[in-house]
Design a protein around this ligand. Structure first.
Ligand code: AP5
Length: 594
């Protein structure tokens, strides 16, 4: 089996936005399961604007200047969640936590109705008799309330969390008619006897909407305790009636949402219940993001003019033709990624002249690549900031990574063309929040890297925070920790740094493959140019035809960057299970690739 290596390490709240008194012209004769009513017409209370939701509870490229490149929107739609369960199963409690983490707009029909009741509106007066009896309020009222709320802007932007709705088949059908479908339908299951205890012991803070319990969740202080109230429908008798009605309707609603239903055991601590809810929602979001990314990639024109790997890559210096071949490839990949709305991009290109671990590394080639990219965006009218990190460290240890020494000077003195791009459309800066100007459209960062014992990530993070939705392109970054003798970088915030580094998406990747421990001969190459897959090539000598001739043959493609084992297996003609761990000898190479 061939063994390859790369010489480079790869790898509840405010309902204030409810619109002013919304006239609700209720649907006529439809009715809730057992609480049918005649045609109704109400005006919802303006008091809804002040409910506390804690219980009641040009494109991604746009910079401040709003000009720039056309973008295909790669964002996923906001999350839509329904939470259901018997009275006191913990819906409101979980909603509070869901809103905090996922920022959804919480729409609780119970809360909306209670607000109407306390404001003494027509709706409130009508709803009160049903609620106090532990019965469902007529569908017409509730449907109209929810429909209006769902049509508001914040819901469209942030997504929604429907709590206690739909509660009847008619309500579910009302949503279906409007084509309002949740992504996920969560049902909290809790035994009846527990529910009764929870209801009878529940207390509500009328000021914040926060839910307490006389045994399970005590108020934080005496002041809150003093103002707690008990809901009128929280008596044992009424809870039993509410429970009965819930059971009568549950089956008919389930029929509508059975495909997306997730049952959660609600008879555990609220934190444990939330952990499960959280992982269901997070998992859903993750899958949705992957699916939408795939969709986006499919919809993008490939525009890949790549003519295959150029040959004679071992001949140093590379010819102008070879260099330009790569510059064009990198440029097109960044353009496609930016057009797709990507803003945190990473380019890794380690042809021999750009591989700092080889003795033929040429800073001039890196500068030329930067110039091609910067000038191209400047030609499109963008203001480009080319950034090189400054000195790091303190005292006698001050300095900068060797491969960046003198880089800024070279950038300043190099030929940027005759039409005055430099100082106008292209500016040179360093890395940090202070280097982000209002006028800058795109940032190109030259090989940002950690130095021994010094970490560039904080400056980088400050810079990307300031850049907001403007694209930041890292060219050949090296963001792995390089521990210094003090050992500081080994321990402090390592996970966060790695997580941050991983937030940049590879839009271009090219590296040559060699036998382990060598840098000759070239055995193959790995290339990815957004939005295409990783392509694995094998280099073949064509000695029989003409001495010294070579070509690259496409061996395999991968959705994600293949690890060393997958590369080896592809060379061996084997398929490999990605989840299989590398072990022993292979594990060593895997760690090299890291
Ligand atoms: P609504 O307010 O929706 O009442 P509900 O569905 O009966 O639910 P609850 O608010 O009682 O309980 P919950 O599941 O939110 O539990 P909570 O988190 O508060 O509706 C009230 C009325 O409005 C209805 O009866 C009806 O008349 C009307 N209505 C509403 N929507 C309608 C619709 N769509 N159609 C028609 N009519 C409608 O927790 C309960 C207690 O348990 C708290 O004390 C809490 O601290 C405690 N607790 C929560 N989680 C845990 C846990 N994990 N462990 C221990 N204790 C916990």
């Amino acid at each position: 089996m061939l063994q390859f290596h790369s010489t480079v390490a790869p790898k509840r709240a405010n309902l204030s936005s409810i619109s002013p008194p919304y006239a609700v012209s209720c649907l006529s004769s439809s009715s809730s399961s057992s609480q049918s009513s005649s045609s109704l017409s109400f005006a919802l209370s303006p008091s809804l604007h002040h409910l506390s939701l804690s219980r009641v509870s040009k494109s991604p490229l746009s910079s401040p200047k709003q000009k720039r490149i056309n973008v295909i929107n790669g964002q996923t739609q906001p999350l839509k969640v329904m939470i259901s369960g018997a009275p006191a199963s913990g819906k409101g409690t979980q909603c509070e936590m869901i809103v905090k983490k996922f920022g959804l707009v919480h729409i609780s029909t119970g809360d909306l109705l209670r607000a109407e009741v306390s404001a003494g509106t027509d709706i409130g007066n009508k709803a009160k008799e049903y609620m106090n009896a532990g019965r469902l309020v007529p569908d017409e009222i509730v449907n109209a309330m929810v429909t209006t709320r769902l049509s508001l802007k914040d819901v469209k932007e942030k997504g929604w969390l429907l709590d206690g709705y739909p509660r009847s088949f008619v309500q579910a059908q009302s949503l279906e008619t409007l084509n309002v479908k949740p992504d996920i339908y969560i049902v909290l299951n809790v035994p009846d006897e527990i529910l009764i205890d929870r209801c009878v012991g529940r207390r509500l803070d009328p000021l914040t909407g926060k839910i307490y319990h006389i045994k399970n969740f005590l108020p934080e202080n005496e002041e809150i305790k003093e103002r707690l109230i008990t809901r009128a429908d929280d008596t044992e008798e009424k809870v039993k009636s509410r429970l009965e009605i819930y059971k009568q309707n549950a089956e008919s609603i389930l029929a509508t949402y059975k495909d997306i239903m997730k049952k959660v055991d609600g008879n555990r601590s609220k934190e444990v219940v939330f952990n499960e809810v959280d992982s269901l929602l997070s998992q859903f979001l993750k899958e949705k993001a992957i699916a939408s990314e795939k969709q986006l990639k499919k919809s993008l024109p490939r525009q890949d003019n790549w003519r295959g790997i150029p040959t004679r890559l071992n001949n140093i210096p590379h010819t102008r033709e070879i260099r330009e071949y790569f510059y064009a490839d990198v440029l097109q990949a960044t353009q496609r990624a930016i057009s797709a709305g990507k803003t945190r991009l990473r380019v890794d290109i380690t042809i021999p002249e750009l591989n700092p671990e080889m003795d033929v590394y040429r800073i001039g080639t890196l500068m030329e690549l930067i110039r091609v990219i910067a000038l191209s965006y400047a030609d499109d009218g963008k203001r480009v900031k080319v950034c090189v990190q400054g000195s790091m460290g303190e005292g006698a240890l001050v300095g900068m990574p060797l491969q960046l020494a003198g880089t800024r000077k070279i950038l300043e003195f190099m030929d940027w063309g005759d039409y005055g791009a430099i100082g106008n459309f292209i500016n040179i800066g360093s890395i940090g929040a202070n280097d982000v100007g209002e006028e800058d459209d795109i940032f190109i960062l030259v090989a940002p890297q950690n130095a021994m014992g010094n970490c560039i990530i904080d400056d980088l993070r400050a810079m990307t925070d300031s850049a907001g939705s403007r694209p930041v392109i890292l060219i050949n970054p090296r963001l792995k920790d390089l521990p210094g003798s003090s050992g500081v970088m080994q321990t402090m915030g390592r996970d966060k740094r790695l997580e941050y580094a991983a937030s940049f998406e590879n839009c271009y990747h090219f590296r040559l493959l060699y036998y382990a421990g060598t840098q000759y001969p070239i055995m193959g190459a790995l290339r990815m140019a957004y939005p295409n897959e990783y392509q694995l090539y094998k280099r073949v000598d064509e000695e029989e035809e003409a001495a010294g001739k070579e070509k690259y043959i496409l061996l395999s493609t991968f959705e994600q960057r293949p690890d060393v084992n997958e590369i080896n297996d592809a060379f061996d003609g084997k398929k490999r299970n990605r989840d299989k761990d590398a072990s022993g000898f292979w594990a060593f190479f895997n760690s090299v690739f890291g």
